[in-house]
Design a protein around this ligand. Structure first.
Ligand SMILES: NC(=O)c1ccc[n+]([C@@H]2O[C@H](COP(=O)([O-])OP(=O)(O)OC[C@H]3O[C@@H](n4cnc5c(N)ncnc54)[C@H](O)[C@@H]3O)[C@@H](O)[C@H]2O)c1
Length: 359
């Protein structure tokens, strides 16, 4: 059985990929610096003798060295995702640029195949819908840092092809279209679905950027994992760029309404529309995103199986269960800390959030 190394194993896609690969009897090595990922996502596998975890930063080429010995395939997911207008772009550029260079250099040294996670963001504002892998890409100006993520991913794609052409490192580039699951984080980089679910379950305002008519094609994580494994195992995928995701397209506003219906909270949906330029400045929001999946279907036999509605149902159920767990833990913890004479609610909450892996 092949040995697979996942970078970014404690993140959303990495942890679900780990679940599936162990289920399929693969031997897996996972690395993550836990900057965004959570140990909670992988802790159920830490005792599994077919899995080894290393807390390593992919920027540290020396530390990575021997971990890759005997590895057949690297699935390179570690990344710092999109930046919002207020955040620096430096970590995104460094981790995707330098980090991918380190992974490819290590793959060359140890003779590994590399499956590289890229993104639909590289299509940018391309008017050619649905986005096809052969199509031209239309990115925005360099002084708008929101473009840094797509530019860095495109650079990493070019670098992967340079290693393929110049050093014969077998590579596959996967352009993922937005994924979600109950493990999605409810921060900026998790995308609009977890943020909306969180707001609706908590009876808060759902913040819509612009008029909410911009569309997205979001994919329940199981389909993305399935596509990744098909690409990883298929020798015909080497040297190819392949879209992976779902081609079901829904506007952001309609998504909020659908989540509200499924959540069935009994509360009114509260929408707050924020003008696009107040959120993004001069950045032009991408108005439509939809993949052409014919290459993945023909080359890999890929076929997304979970509808958006079913994916949302699973995710909302997961979030509800998590809230119940938080509440149960809270009351249990509250009595424990009461006995220990810690009487501030804030301290109780901090204990609880720490236990749940929330910083
Ligand atoms: N989730 C999506 O919708 C989506 C869409 C398009 C592309 N992608 C790409 O797929 C990959 C996985 O995405 P995800 O949603 O699981 O992201 P994630 O943020 O959940 O996981 C990324 C992981 O990388 C780790 N990491 C970050 N910097 C690191 C470093 N320097 N060294 C070691 N580990 C580091 C983080 O701690 C985290 O666990 C990323 O490359 C992302 O750009 C994801």
């Amino acid at each position: 059985m092949k040995k697979i190394l996942i970078t970014g194993v404690a993140g959303l896609i990495g942890s679900h990929l780990l679940d599936e690969l162990l289920e399929m009897n693969y031997q897996v090595v996972g690395i993550d610096n836990l900057s965004f990922g959570k140990i909670e996502n992988i802790k159920m596998h830490l005792e599994n003798d077919r899995f080894t975890f290393h807390k390593v930063d992919i920027l540290d080429l020396e530390m990575m060295g021997e971990i890759f010995n005997g590895v057949n395939i690297i699935v390179h997911l570690a990344s710092v995702k999109k930046v919002c207008e207020s955040a620096s772009c430096m970590a995104t550029l460094r981790v995707i640029g330098q980090g991918t260079y380190n992974i490819l250099e290590t793959a060359k040294r140890f003779g590994c195949k590399v499956v590289l996670a890229s993104t639909s963001d590289v299509y940018g504002m391309s008017p050619n819908l649905p986005f096809n892998e052969k199509g031209d890409l239309l990115l925005g100006p360099s002084n708008i840092k929101r473009w840094g993520y797509g530019v860095a991913k495109l650079y990493s794609e070019q670098m992967a092809f340079a290693y393929y052409q110049d050093y014969y490192v077998p590579i596959v580039v996967l352009r993922y279209f937005g994924a979600f699951s109950p493990r999605s984080c409810t921060c900026w980089s998790g995308g609009h679905i977890p943020i909306f679910i969180d707001a609706i379950l908590d009876d808060q305002e759902v913040v819509i950027h612009g008029d909410g008519k911009q569309t997205r094609s979001m994919c329940y994580v199981d389909d993305l994992i399935n596509g990744t494994i098909l690409a990883m195992e298929n020798e015909n995928a080497v040297g190819e760029v392949i879209n992976i995701g779902s081609d079901e397209e829904l506007s952001v506003l309609e998504t909020a309404i659908l989540i509200h219906q499924i959540a069935d909270s009994g509360k009114e949906l509260k929408l707050k529309f924020v003008p696009m330029n107040k959120v993004f400045g001069d950045y032009k929001e991408i108005s439509r995103r939809r993949p052409d999946l014919s290459k993945a279907m023909n080359l890999l036999g890929y076929n997304p199986a979970v509808s958006l509605k079913d994916g949302l149902k699973k995710t909302i159920a997961g979030y509800k269960a998590h809230i119940q767990l938080l509440k149960a833990d809270f009351s249990q913890l509250a009595s424990t800390v009461y006995e220990a004479d810690v009487n501030s609610e804030i301290e109780i909450l901090q204990h609880l959030l720490k236990r749940q892996g929330v910083n």
